[in-house]
Design a binder for this molecule. Structure first.
Ligand SMILES: [Fe+2]
Length: 284
């Protein structure tokens, strides 16, 4: 399936009503009560049809669609039993952990230049810049502990999401640097912040969170939903644009990696919602 085909199919699974997004001949239509398979044929974007402008237009639409999707899905959070909410939050920690090692793999592959330098700075921040206690997974774990997650629960991950993340790591190793930029450089910085901002908004509206707000360690959320992460996103976008200007031939691979990132990200969350926001599922 094509870039747009994958993304279209991924979005189609979700049920919310908004006007269709249109980019040229492409449709990212989302309808309430839509069937799980695409009713609108996904048209192929030929690899040589991409240019920087159409790519960034699509990235903007993807970001808006991600935000709308998150709004729709995350609004259930305040109604979850607190234990389900804890399980829900645990699952995200595995994304942050694997994102760090995938970013390191990407750095190995990239040529010297602005993008490599910027992503190395982001990686250093993720790892606490020399202070292991400041590594973002550590900060996230402090948040989890502060909402009552027990230490024995913290390694329980959904098998389906373990598979998704390990496939991304394998692809990062196997595929081209440009694919890796789309997979982790774009997705991590451009989609993640949007999603987390919406998640945070609904998470803190939960009665347990409100009641215990003063005792909860919110640092992870202030880092990832605030200005710092928005600036990261903007800098990353600029650096990726420069990377594309230097070698426009990498654009199809980059777009393909971004496609993969969006579908993986949506599926990752869909699995979490299925497990904890609708019906129970086993973890290992
Ligand atoms: Fe982070």
């Amino acid at each position: 399936m094509t870039f747009f085909g994958h993304f279209h199919a991924a979005l189609w699974r979700y049920t919310f009503s908004r006007p269709a997004f249109r980019i040229g001949r492409m449709s990212l239509q989302k309808n309430i009560n839509a069937p799980k398979t695409s009713a609108v044929p996904a048209l192929a974007m030929q690899p040589d049809a991409w240019d920087r402008q159409s790519f960034w237009q699509f990235a903007d639409k993807a970001k808006a669609a991600t935000e709308a999707l998150a709004e729709q899905k995350m609004k259930v959070l305040p109604q979850l039993p607190v234990e389900a909410l804890r399980q829900f939050c645990i699952q995200y920690r595995f994304f942050t952990i694997d994102y760090i090692s995938d970013l390191a793999l990407l750095l190995v592959k990239l040529p010297f230049g602005g993008l490599r330098s910027l992503l190395s700075q982001i990686l250093a921040e993720e790892l606490g810049e020399g202070d292991a206690a400041r590594a973002h997974p550590e900060i996230y774990d402090r948040f989890l502990a502060s909402i009552g997650v027990k230490s024995e629960q913290i390694e329980l991950r959904l098998p389906a999401n373990r598979t998704i993340l390990s496939e991304l790591t394998a692809e990062m190793s196997r595929r081209s640097p440009a694919f890796g930029v789309g997979l982790r450089g774009m997705g991590g910085e451009c989609l993640c912040q949007t999603y987390l901002s919406v998640m945070f908004e609904h998470l803190r509206a939960h009665p347990y969170m409100r009641e215990h707000a003063d005792d909860i360690d919110w640092e992870f959320w202030t880092i990832h939903t605030g200005e710092e992460d928005i600036i990261h996103g903007e800098l990353t976008r600029q650096a990726i644009d420069d990377y594309l200007r230097q070698d426009p031939s990498v654009l199809p691979d980059l777009a393909s990696g971004y496609e993969r990132s969006i579908t993986a990200w949506n599926l990752f969350w869909e699995n979490i919602f299925d497990a904890y926001a609708s019906r129970p599922r086993s973890v290992s």
